[in-house]
Each structure stands twice: as structure tokens, then as C-alpha cells.
Design a protein around this ligand. Sequence first.
Ligand code: TPP
Ligand code: MG
Length: 347
Amino acid sequence: MATRTIETDELLGLDRTDLLEMLRWMILGRRFEEKSAEMYQIGEIGGFCHLYMGQEAVAVGAISALRKSDYVITAYRDHVHALVCGMDPKSIMAELFGRSGGGSRGKGGSMHLFDPANNFLGGHAIVGGHLPIAVGVGYAIRYRESDAVCLCFLGDSVANIGAFNESLNMAALFQLPVVFIIENNRYGMGTATHRAAAIRNLADRACAYDGMHGWTIDGMDVLEVRRIVESAVERARTHKLPTLIEANCYRFVGHSMSDPNYGHYRTKEEVRHYKLKEDPIKILIERLQKNSVISDEDLHQIESEVKAIVEESVRFAEESPLPEPGDLYTDIFVADSQDLRRRDPWR
Ligand SMILES: Cc1ncc(C[n+]2csc(CCOP(=O)(O)OP(=O)(O)O)c2C)c(N)n1
Ligand SMILES: [Mg+2]
């Protein structure tokens, strides 16, 4: 992964505003999660919490290729996808805190972010469980004769389960505008991808489905992600054809907040290498500096804007009340909610 596919002087014809916007999203994602980790350590955030640090180029590059009317769906490592889709950072932080000001009113937590106003359809905890939903979204798009596209992000482990084949088969068969993006961060919890998948490039699985293209790309380079996803999105929008993209990337921290950053499955040297040499934020900054697109002052300004956003989100979360015990019975599907309410001991 050390050699980049895109030349350092290539900026895909994007203007300065777009490039700085991408960098800003990546830095916001990183700082937001650094703060989340801090809040987890002091007990403000509990339960499952999976950080995305190191993988920011994938969500930012891919989602920046979309229109507002397109859809995004992902697994549980979802904070940055939600941010880039436009979900309010205050609502995300409050959700992580389990407070009523959160997007799911504090009842979903880190893995279940959801924001229909921004077409962000989750945040799903069951490995591969959201792929059939993405296919349903693609079907709905066609049924409504819309030209929208659905981006479906998934972990590398998902490429080995049944729902992967069922979903990709149906997407190809019905010609649905879904772009599947495997975030191959080299591990599924503590299992290396190559120990679980009997194939070198996961994207090669695309050849099993008529009309589906497969790409394996450098997921640490936000511009490479943007370039390939843009062409896949265009293909989906215009020709209603699905694509499978495998973005090679790396997570800098443990699988979740309750796991150590290294564990027995990878070495400190490996993690150090990626943090020092393959950090997607550093890669973009260096490229922008080389092309005289960004000054130290610009960088300083982005950092201070992002800091203010993150601090405001924590303040909001801290001030937001916990859900009421009675909220256990709201926003759920039950046959007879009146009956449940009658039995609610807190009412
Ligand atoms: C159906 C199912 N089986 C097992 C789990 C437990 N589990 C949570 S995350 C995970 C590994 C997923 O790895 P990958 O898809 O590579 O995503 P990553 O965590 O690397 O982003 C497993 C096995 C689960 N959530 N759902
Ligand atoms: Mg993985």
C-alpha cells in the first residue's frame, strides 16, 4: 500500500474549496473520535463503541461523490459516515452519551446512529445485516423511478457470509443502483482477512455477478476513493448497475473501545507503520501542500473550527437529560403499546 495510485500532483480537477472541505471532514472525524475515546475513558460513554480512526479517507472520499438525495448505509463503525452525511455532531455525541438529545433519543448508542433527514440509514450492529436493507433501498429507488444511488459500506468479514452473496446476486439480477464498498481494514476483530477469506482481492468476487464491476483500491488516499466511487456512482445513476469496491485501509485503534489497540493479532510495529506512513489525513495534507493548495494558516483555521464543533457537541451531550424510564416503551414496535404502558411500573 506504500505506493499511491494517484500521482502527487493530481487533484482530480477539484477546486480548492472542495479539497479543503474533504480535509475538514477527515479532521472533524478524527478529532470527534479522539474526544469520544476520552469521554469513554471517563465513563461518559458506555457500551459498544467502535472507532474509525485511520479509515477516514473511505467515508469522506466516497460520500463526497454523492448528491444530497442519495442514501448511505453502514455497519457499527459509523460515526464518521454519519458526520459526513450531515448529521449534527451534537446529536451524534448525545447519542454516544445515551442522552435524550441523541438522534435515536439516547436509546441506540454508538452502533445505531440514524438520520433520515440526511438519508443516513444507519448504523447496523449485525455483521452483514444491512446488506439486504441496501438492496431494498436500491429496489425502492427503482420502484419510485428516482435517479438516486445507495452507498453501502461493509467490513471485510462480511464478504464471507451468506447475506453478501444473496444481496449482491439480487442487486445484479434486478440491476439496482447500489455501490457496495468493502472497508478492508485487514482484520475482522482479531482475525486477519487473509485467514478468513479464500481469495486475495475481495473485489474479485464481483465477477460472480453479471454486469457488476469490481475494484480494489487504495483506501488511505481520499482522492483515489473519490475517483473510483464517483465512476461507480455515475454507473449506478445512469445505468442502474451495481459495483463492488474494496478499499484497502487500516484501523489505528482496537476493534472497539473495550479491546486493546494491539492485541495478539497484530504487532506494535505494524500499527506504528500505518500511523506514521499511511495516515490518510497526513497523505492529503502533504499532497495539498505540495500543490500549494493549503497554507499553515488554513490548516490552523480548520483545526480551530473543528475543535469548537467537537467541544460544543460535548457540552450539548452533557447538558442533555437522560431518557425517562417510560421512554423504554416509546419508538418500538409492539402489538399493543397501550397494554405495555399500563404495565409500566414508572407511570
Ligand atoms: C452476525 C454477527 N456475528 C458476529 C458478530 C460479532 N462481531 C462484531 S464485529 C465483528 C467483526 C467484523 O469485522 P469486519 O466486518 O471486518 O468489520 P470491522 O470491525 O473491521 O470494521 C464480529 C464478528 C456480529 N456483530 N454479528
Ligand atoms: Mg475489518
